[in-house]
Each structure stands twice: as C-alpha cells, then as structure tokens.
Design a binder for this molecule. Structure first.
Ligand code: PXP
Length: 247
C-alpha cells in the first residue's frame, strides 16, 4: 500500500472565517479532496476556534468517508468534544494562542501525566491516538510509554532547512526518528511545512505511512481546485516513495 495523504482543510475555514460567512464550505472541500484521492481528512479544532468550528467537526464526521483525523490540544474540554465526535484518530498537538500555526511538537516528556490522561480517555473512547512530536528519541519513547498508537513526526525542521547540508541533516534526523518510532512499536506519520517542492524527498524515507498536508494544498486549490491540488500532491508522494533515499 502506498503512503497515505491526509488533507488538512483548516485553511478553507480560515477563508470563511475572514468574513464569518458560510463559504467556502469545509464539507465541500473535504468531498473534493476525497475525489482527488485523499486517504484522510484532517482538521484542527483549536481552543480559540480561529478556523474550524464545532459544527464543522460534527458535519465532517457525518460526511467524510475516509479516515477523519482531529488535531487537538490536551485540554479536557476538547478531549470531551473529541469523545463526542468520535473521529477515526485524534492527534494531540501543542497549542499557543499567539502562534500562526502549530509550532514544533508536543512536549510529551514534560507534560507526561496530562498527556497520558488524554490518551487514556481517547483510547477508552475507541479512537486511535497519535502524538505530534519532534523527531527526538526522548519524545518518541515518552509517546510509546504514554500509550500512543502512532506518532506524527514534525517535518518542519526539514521544511525550514535552507542549504543542501541542512536539508540532508534534517532528512537524516527524520529517518532516524522513523526507525526509532517503529522499533518502539509506533505507527509513523509526518507533517508540517510539506509542499509540492519538498514532499518527494520526505516520502523517500522508508517507514512513513502517512503525511498530513494543509497549507500548500489549500493554496494551490485556489488556482486549480481542491481535487486537482490533492491529485498532484498524492502523485508526488507516491513517486518520491518509489525512489527511496540512499542508505
Ligand atoms: N500536522 C499537524 C499536526 C499540524 O498541526 C499541521 C498544521 O496544522 C499540519 C500537519 C499541516 O501543516 P501544513 O499546513 O504546514 O501542511
């Protein structure tokens, strides 16, 4: 099976919230993404509700036919909402009100008791639980011990690398992170900052089962439509995966 693409549709809601109106529709965006070949739909119900609203989450649960991934903080209120909505998978992420987007991973080492409690509630509710973390051994082992099913490794270090040496170093860190996660029994996903330009080299790292990509796909969809934007991203991922990185 080829690497899965989870399409994050938060920024469709960002455009809608700019006018607090009813368009563009996130449900329509999700359906178009599915028609383009998305293997999953991802949304982030933020505590500040800056883009996705509670009603969006409920509508997506009723309409999405592929995997539904809810990104969320570990706040008890949000964990309660997730248990009600019941997505396929919940991805625990750090959240700060002043940030533009999720910056870096959740510090599972530092927040271990609170994170473990959120994982327990979500798994008891019958959902898979993933942790969005930096690709470091400490965080990966903390996730395994906290009972996560999966980790989503933060690919921002790679996406933000500028020189060829920085890119190579970041890819090595990611490849090591994938290996350590798999050895710890975790399913390995990746995401953040992936674009049409950089996705192929990340997909060439063996062991990733899914990438979650938002901003780049939604940006391209403005010009070519969501269906085509998703199709093109998926094609690059599958092509990259077939050209594995040298060992
Ligand atoms: N994965 C997680 C956990 C995220 O928080 C985000 C950003 O919302 C993404 C993936 C997608 O990042 P981008 O919009 O940069 O593709």
């Amino acid at each position: 099976m080829s690497i899965r693409l989870g399409v994050n549709i938060d920024h469709v809601a960002t455009v809608r919230q700019a006018r607090r109106t009813d368009e563009p529709s996130v449900v329509w965006a999700a359906a178009e993404a599915e028609l383009g070949g998305a293997d999953g739909i991802t949304f982030h119900l933020r505590e500040d509700r800056r883009h996705i609203q509670d009603e969006d989450a409920r509508l997506l649960k009723r309409t999405v036919t592929v995997r539904l991934n809810m990104e969320m903080s570990i706040a008890a209120e949000i964990v309660g909402i997730a248990c009600e909505i019941h997505p396929t998978v919940c991805t625990l992420v750090p959240e700060k009100r002043e940030e533009l987007t999720t910056e870096g991973g959740l510090d599972v080492v530092r927040l271990r008791p609170r994170v473990s409690e959120a994982v327990r509630r979500l798994r008891d509710g019958g959902m898979e639980v993933s942790g969005f973390i930096e690709p470091s051994g400490d965080q990966i082992h903390a996730c395994a011990e906290a009972g996560f099913d999966a980790v989503e490794l933060w690919t921002g270090g790679y996406a933000h690398a500028r020189t060829e040496a920085e890119v190579d170093a970041a890819l090595t860190v990611l490849a090591d992170g994938v290996r350590t996660s798999r050895e710890a029994g975790l399913t390995v996903l990746g995401g953040h900052g992936l674009t049409y330009r950089n996705v192929a080299r990340a997909a060439a790292i063996p062991g990733f089962v899914e990438f979650n990509i938002g901003h780049s796909i939604v940006s391209r969809s403005v010009f070519v439509g969501m269906r085509e934007a998703v199709r093109a991203m998926k094609e690059l991922m599958v092509r990259g995966e077939r050209a594995p990185m040298p060992r």
